[in-house]
Design a binder for this molecule. Structure first.
Ligand code: UD1
Length: 327
């Protein structure tokens, strides 16, 4: 039997796809390649196409004997989602609903979904638990919450079961240096720190140093992308063992500030990170990090990579791939 991986040519999807294959499972990757890269798929079976193409999804499921899905395919740029909400509702929400409908028709009833801690917005309490009231501050986050809810209704009304994984800040690259994120298309902190330390930008802009945090800069929970990948493998295993539908945080449980990231980068790379301080970015919470008890208890999962591993792998990847997989 085969695991269908939507968005398996993207950053997290490609690293997870490779890990799932290494466990002995067959996979098939479905990706439009609008943002993903063919090279990231490697020699895994690949179909270029859209999750909203129900006929295609049904055919792929039948031809490859798919019995479970990891659903990554989505647009993920927060800023763009506020400028073009229709694009996000259409692709992420409508596309996912069509995917689930096609899966239902062909009898595929186990889904692991790539959700986000973005749905917590500015949490009232940290570490934040899955029970916290969602307070989406972007269309992007709202689309992920809507997909979670769609899956919850499928669970109640059909025999489909799911795990929604709420990622905190995915970071780093594959340890072997062959897969990672394209920094040309990322707005996230670590790719920007890497640009600054390698001289690919004049300096990092630190968005605010007047937050109510120990050093005044924003605190987040950075989780190594390979640890995220192992969480998906654990979630698939849980569903295969008849686990009930559930939503889980995936983070380390520790908060790290922007200044701590800068200092760790300087220590790991032996180079200076030039930076300037600017005002806060709209919508940025002061602190957001995960309560990870649920995923630890249910799946026996915990992260094994350190912040230094994140930085060292990101540095190795970006140094050798300044144009991502086009390098
Ligand atoms: C962002 C998204 C979130 C998404 C997540 C993972 C926003 C508001 N949130 O989270 O929905 O799920 O990415 O893709 O965009 N920072 C700087 N300078 C920079 C970039 C970032 O100081 O050039 C700071 C930020 O203010 C923040 C921290 O670094 O304190 C992390 O930022 P980022 O990597 O963009 O992630 P989030 O904002 O947490």
């Amino acid at each position: 039997m085969t695991t269908l991986i939507t968005g398996g040519a993207g950053y997290i999807g490609s690293i997870t796809s490779r890990l799932i294959r290494s466990t002995g499972r067959a996979v098939v990757v479905l990706d439009t390649l609008e943002n993903g890269h063919r090279k990231a798929v490697g020699d895994a079976p690949f179909v270029q196409g859209d999750i909203a193409d129900t006929e295609l999804v049904e055919r792929v499921c039948r031809e490859h004997q798919v019995d479970e899905v990891v659903h990554f395919a989505a647009y993920k740029a927060v800023g763009e989602s506020m400028e073009n909400p229709a694009k996000y509702f259409q692709n992420n929400v409508t596309g996912s609903q069509k995917l689930f409908d096609a899966l239902s028709r062909v009898g595929v009833n186990r889904v692991v979904f790539s959700s986000t801690a973005g749905i917590y917005g500015t949490p009232e309490v940290v570490p934040v638990t899955e029970q916290a009231e969602p307070r989406c501050e972007s269309v992007y986050a709202e689309t992920k919450l809507m997909i979670e809810k769609t899956l919850q209704w499928y669970s109640r009304t059909t025999n489909m079961r799911h795990v929604s994984l709420r990622y905190f800040n995915a970071a780093g690259a594959a340890t072997d240096g062959t897969l990672g994120e394209d920094w040309r298309f990322s707005q996230n902190l670590i790719p920007h720190v890497m640009k600054a330390v390698m001289g690919a930008s004049p300096a990092l802009t630190v968005f605010g140093n007047d937050f109510p945090t120990p050093d005044g800069t924003g605190v987040r929970d950075y989780i190594h992308v390979e640890d995220l990948a192992t969480a998906h493998v654990a979630a698939l295993e849980y569903l295969r063992n008849n686990g009930d539908s559930v939503t889980c945080n995936v983070g380390t449980g520790f908060g790290t500030s922007v200044m701590e990231i800068i200092h760790a980068t300087e220590r790991v790379t032996g180079k200076n990170v030039p930076y300037t301080v600017a005002g806060r970015r709209a919508g940025d919470p002061a602190e957001c990090y995960a309560d990870t008890q649920r995923i630890q208890q249910l799946f026996g999962w915990s992260p094994t990579r350190s912040l230094d591993d994140i930085i060292a792998s990101a540095f190795a990847w970006h140094s050798s791939h300044p144009l991502g997989h086009d390098s």
